[in-house]
Design a protein around this ligand. Sequence first.
Ligand code: IMP
Length: 191
Amino acid sequence: MKIVFATNNKDKLREINQILSGKFEIIGLNDIGCYEDIPEEEPTIEGNAYAKSLYVYERYGVNCFADDTGLEVEALDGRPGVVSARYAGEGKDMKANIKKVLSEMEGVKNRNAQFKTVISLIFNGKEHQFEGIIKGELLDEEQGSGGFGYDPIFRPLGYQQTFAQMSAELKNQISHRALAMNKLIHFFVSA
Ligand code: IMP
């Protein structure tokens, strides 16, 4: 059975297909002739993930899932959250996004933060959501050069390294996205 992942990110597609090892075939948006930018205008991560899976389901009538992720900082009332990619502006400039978060957090003692990924799956016409959360702390400066996004300023609880300092392998074992993906895979494997 084929299921559409509402992404054109080849790494994400390869990763999930390797894990599922042929039980379901996960294909991308290009594979169904969808080249549009799916709007991400909802006020929550959950809403955005659902809007993306619904967009594909309504137009193509196929089983599909979409993911959405954000960094939620406790002292900033959960910001940048759903606008993590464009916190400092529509240019999606990560250096500027990090700078904005760090300046808002200057002198703030409570450094608690978490990454949250929500996957929305529409399977046989019904929606299911799978959430992955990793808790940690925000540093007051960047450390490490690996990863992407907010990785250099986020250190997961129980680790001495930021996401940008750890190996990709370790990050991919413990991350918010891995936790949500594993729940999705469990659903598929037991479906
Ligand atoms: P998306 O929903 O996967 O596109 O993620 C939205 C934004 O959240 C990205 O542009 C990044 O800024 C941030 N983000 C998502 N996942 C990660 C991560 O694993 N590490 C750091 N930042 C992330």
